[in-house]
Structures are given as structure tokens and as C-alpha cells.
Write a protein that binds this ligand. Structure first.
Ligand SMILES: *Cc1c(COP(=O)(O)O)cnc(C)c1O
Length: 436
């Protein structure tokens, strides 16, 4: 299908051509290159609330929200003021700061699933450190991950299933030694029998199971609560640590993330995205006992030059304070539900094969009526429909992440009127996708 371009993207296009001279593929993170949708990526110059403006001065209602961190929208006043005030005193000292204590206390006092935490600078770093911690605590080496969960670009987790049932991983990236990939076992989501068989067979070697309890990096593959409870139970039974990678779900589905949502106590939790208020911050957290294995208290080494730097801590602290306001999450979730229902109703009325999967303020457009809880249930051919949808939405001033496997996020800055506007534009775009 030929897609016509009604909006002007020539400045973004020129900047992208220039960027290709400096950065591989013109970008500093692959999905930004718009490879699976049409046209050049948008070069964005400013954002406010739920909207941002590109270099061609087009305005968009943003549902990517920097891939999740911006739960308060763009350019939140409290975060901006906290950053501006803090930066006046300097950007980094490489020493502990009072601000670090403040955010540490605020988070730990309001999350019953963790007792101590360590700040790092990205979600990947949090996951990498959590895996090392699990290995250090258990003295075992293998990791179980799930097909369809993403945990950042950690070597041993850029791995997909080989052939066979509980299979040793095969790396999905060049540059990862086979011996690293072999330390990872990849199994499907939402399947109790395979999970237990794997743990039973390899429990002497398995340090941890890592899961996105709300898998949101390959569609939104919501798991049964009973399955997650089973996962907790068998990890305990076989002496394997359970890591919840809550880089997306943490502070998103509720202040206590998925652990709080499902009422499940993991052994280690990783955070990122929202925790930094839009600055580069990650964290991993656990019981005091498990965290006591981290240097300098224990013998698992992990360090960071810019870890917990005061500007990032100020941004994170300002964000976290807002999230603790009464009714913050119930308002956000309610307006997301209304938004999603508007689109779903339109699609149902027209007979389109679409389900908008939603949890809290996360949503995902699935081009099927089937309930999907595993990665292999997503039809790759449906991505052709997403490509048209994405294009039509750009023409109408709505921005979704540039891949059909990515979820969308609603922020507190999306007002009901913005969401009505967006829903109408999404419905109109769906009409084009389905030729209705
Ligand atoms: C984004 C993400 C990561 C990686 O975080 P970065 O900050 O991009 O390194 C890890 N795990 C999950 C679940 C994520 O969504």
C-alpha cells in the first residue's frame, strides 16, 4: 500500500540524513530509527504536558512518553523546578547526598516489598546487577527468562529459545559468546508445566528466574495471577530466586508496581524509567538480607561513577512525590479505561479484528480478537496493519512508539478532552486500516 504524506517532515528527514553520518543507523537506540513504520523518525524539539512538537513544528499527542518514564507527561513543573534548583549547586560530586536519602526513604517507606535499594543509571544496569546479585547469593549460575520478556541489553538476556522444550538460549545479537547464552534457559510465558519441569531438572544450576510480571515489551502479554503465584511458589520450592523486572511496571501499575498489584513478594525487584522522572536512573532492591551481599557490605561488586547523582535524584524525587498523591493511580487508570473503551467500542461496532489490551495506564493495540499471553501468539503479519495505523496517526497528530510490538502509555497530563481527541483520531485511522 502506498502511504501518502499529508504532514511535512522535511526537517526531521534532513536531520535524520545528517545523523546517519554520526550514529549507526542515525540513532542512539535502534527502535528510534522507524525501521518498522514509514518515513523518517521525528526529531522532537520540545514537549509540554501530553504533547510534543517536532522540528517541522508539527504537534503530536504523545502516547510513547519517552518509552514509559513520563508518567507525569512532558516538562512537569515539579520535576523541572527540582532539577533547575538542584543543578544550581552542581551536577555531580561522586559522594553520597542528602537527596539520595530523601528519595530512598520515600520509596522504601511506601513499598512493603523492598527494604533496601541501590541506585544505578539505567534499567539495563539494574537488571545486570540484579542477576549478578542473584548469582552471588545462590552461588549458582543459570538464569531462566521468558520468551517475550525484555530486560535491557544484558549479554546473557539477549537470548531466545533454541529448539526443544526447556532450551538453552541462543543469542539474538552478534557479540555474545555462545557460552554466555548457554547460561540462560528460555521458556514460554504462562505455562506452569514447562516452568516446573525446567526448575526441577536444573534447580542445582539455576540462580534465578527473571520475569516482567507485566510483560510490556513484546505486546502486552498479561499473565494470569494464578500463574505468577505458581511461579513464586516453585521458585521457593526449588531454591531459586525470583526477580521481578519492574522497569516498566514499577511505579506504573501502582506505587508498589506489579508486586503490589498482584500481592506477590519477589526476591529482587529492578526499577528504571519512571523512577528517574525522565533522567537516567535505575535501581534494584530486595530485603536487607539479600542486599547485604552488595559491596561494600558484601562481596558482590557493583559501582557507578554517576549513580544517584543529585540532578537525577531530584527529578526522581519530584516524580515519586507526585505519585504518592491520593487517587493518583485511580484517576490515571480510570481515564485510560474510558479512552480504551471508546476505541474498542468503535472497532467492535465496525467488526474490526482489534483488541486494545490494557492494564492501568498501559495499553496495546492487538490486531486479533484472541486473548494473547505468550509471545508466539502474536501474528507477525498483523504488523502490516500497525504500520498503516502508525502512519495515519502521525498524519492526524498522534504519536505511538514506532513498532506494533510496543505498548502505549497514558500520563497524568493526558486530560479527558485530550484522550477524547486521541480516541477519535485513532478510530478514524482504524477506519483507514480496515478500509471501512
Ligand atoms: C526498558 C526496560 C529495560 C531496560 O532499561 P534501559 O533503561 O533501557 O536500559 C529493562 N527491563 C524492562 C522491563 C524494560 O522495559
Amino acid at each position: 500500500m502506498k502511504l501518502d504524506n499529508r504532514i511535512e517532515r522535511s526537517k526531521s528527514a534532513a536531520l535524520f540524513e545528517e545523523a546517519k553520518k554520526y550514529f549507526p543507523g542515525g540513532v542512539n537506540s535502534p527502535v528510534r530509527a522507524f525501521k518498522s513504520v514509514s518515513g523518517p523518525p521525528l526529531f522532537v524539539k520540545r514537549g509540554y504536558g501530553c504533547r510534543f512538537t517536532d522540528e517541522d513544528d508539527n504537534q503530536y499527542l504523545d502516547f510513547c512518553c519517552s518509552w514509559g518514564p513520563l508518567i507525569l507527561g512532558h516538562n512537569n513543573v515539579a520535576i523541572r523546578e527540582a532539577v533547575l534548583k538542584t543543578v544550581t549547586y552542581g551536577t555531580s560530586f561522586g559522594t553520597p547526598t542528602r537527596l539520595g536519602n530523601e528519595i530512598g526513604q520515600l520509596i522504601l517507606d511506601n513499598n512493603q516489598y523492598i527494604e533496601k535499594m541501590r541506585f544505578v543509571s539505567s534499567g539495563t544496569e539494574a537488571v545486570m546487577s540484579a542477576i549478578r546479585l542473584a548469582r552471588g547469593v545462590t552461588g549458582k549460575s543459570k538464569v531462566v527468562k521468558f520468551d517475550g520478556c525484555y530486560h535491557g541489553h544484558v549479554d546473557s538476556l539477549l537470548v531466545k529459545a533454541g529448539s526443544g522444550l526447556a532450551t538453552f538460549g541462543v543469542s539474538t545479537s552478534a557479540g555474545i559468546p555462545e557460552s554466555f547464552a548457554k547460561e540462560t534457559l528460555v521458556i514460554p510465558l504462562n505455562d506452569e508445566a514447562i516452568l516446573e519441569a525446567t526448575l526441577q531438572q536444573f534447580s542445582d544450576d539455576i540462580a534465578c528466574v527473571i520475569i516482567e510480571p507485566v510483560p510490556a515489551n513484546n505486546g502486552l502479554l498479561l499473565q494470569n495471577k494464578a500463574y505468577l503465584e505458581f511461579l513464586r511458589k516453585v521458585c521457593t520450592k526449588y531454591g531459586v530466586l525470583l526477580i521481578f523486572d519492574e522497569v516498566i511496571s514499577g511505579f506504573r501499575v501502582g506505587f508498589e508496581g506489579a508486586a503490589g498489584y498482584y500481592g506477590i513478594q519477589p526476591d529482587i525487584i529492578t526499577y528504571g524509567k519512571i523512577i528517574g522522572g525522565g533522567m537516567p536512573v535505575g535501581a534494584y532492591a530486595a530485603s536487607s538480607e539479600i542486599m547485604s551481599h552488595i559491596a561494600p557490605e558484601g562481596n558482590v561488586y557493583q559501582a557507578g561513577t554517576l549513580s544517584a547523582n543529585p540532578v537525577a535524584m531530584a527529578a526522581g524525587l519530584a516524580a515519586v512525590k507526585e505519585l504518592l498523591q491520593p487517587e493518583f493511580y485511580s484517576h490515571l487508570h480510570y481515564k485510560t479505561r474510558v479512552f480504551v473503551k471508546n476505541i474498542q467500542d468503535h472497532c467492535d461496532q465496525k467488526g474490526y479484528e482489534v483488541s486494545i489490551v490494557q492494564m492501568g495506564s498501559i495499553f496495546w493495540v492487538a490486531f486479533t480478537k484472541d486473548k494473547i499471553s505468550r509471545a508466539d501468539q502474536i501474528d507477525p503479519a498483523s504488523m502490516d496493519k500497525f504500520k498503516i495505523l502508525h502512519h495515519e496517526l502521525l498524519q492526524r497528530g498522534v504519536y505511538l512508539g514506532p513498532s506494533g510490538y510496543e505498548v502505549g502509555f497514558v500520563s497524568a497530563a493526558h486530560q479527558p478532552a485530550d484522550l477524547e481527541e486521541a480516541a477519535a483520531k485513532i478510530c478514524a485511522s482504524m477506519d483507514v486500516v480496515f478500509g471501512g
